[in-house]
Ligand binder design. Structure first.
Ligand code: AMP
Length: 195
């Protein structure tokens, strides 16, 4: 069974939600760089303060900061049995850094799950999420900036994983349960039994 995965897809494509469901199913943690940054910001750490200005504008936090945070997180005990990376890698240089970390340990990425969703739906979903979760970066101009960053910097890594034969793509249309079923099917896992 695949236990080291990366989640790809634009903001609002359901990566976070599906990542959590999948993690519960596999008994492994999700490692969300966005969530790690938000935690650091809430605690007012130096890392959080540095990340804040970038996040508020929808830009990527510098690789130096992000890569170190992820490398550190991957050494924690709960990641030894596997993990689902949500929001990392987010540009081609981050892929190389992740490869370096994992190759050293002999534990390469086993699958890249791409969540696909139409751009109009993304914006409306994110605006709705802003009402529910109150995320400061879910305003329309920042959403547009994040989508632009996604297209220019993150989308190219889909081809990297495709060329390695690791890419699995799923349409993120439908209810959470429907998409979850599609994800499980795509990864060759059975759907959760009565949960
Ligand atoms: P997310 O919750 O994944 O949408 O991430 C929220 C914000 O955190 C992004 O818009 C970026 O500013 C920052 N961020 C998250 N992951 C990364 C990453 N891998 N590299 C750089 N910045 C990131």
């Amino acid at each position: 069974m695949k236990r080291r995965l990366v989640l790809l897809g634009p903001p609002g494509s359901g990566k976070g939600t599906q990542g959590e469901l999948l993690a519960a199913r596999l008994g492994i943690p999700t490692i969300s760089t966005g969530a790690l940054f938000r935690d650091q910001m809430a605690r007012g750490t130096a890392l959080g303060v540095e990340a804040q200005t970038y996040i508020a504008q929808g830009h990527l936090v510098p690789d130096r900061v992000t890569n170190a945070m992820v490398a550190n997180r991957l050494t924690q005990a709960d990641a030894a049995r596997g993990f689902i990376l949500d929001g990392y890698p987010r540009n081609v240089p981050q892929v190389a850094v992740l490869d370096g970390i994992l190759d050293q340990a002999g534990t390469p990425i086993e699958a890249a799950l791409e969540m696909r969703l139409d751009e109009d739906l993304i914006v409306s979903r994110l605006l709705k999420r802003a009402e529910i979760e109150g995320r400061a970066d879910d305003t329309e101009p920042v959403i547009r900036a994040r989508l632009e960053v996604y297209h220019s910097q993150t989308e190219p890594i889909i081809d990297v994983y495709r060329s390695r034969g690791l890419l699995v793509s799923v349409d993120s249309l439908g209810t959470i349960e429907e998409v979850s079923e599609a994800v499980m099917r795509a990864l060759g896992l059975e759907q959760l039994d009565n949960q």
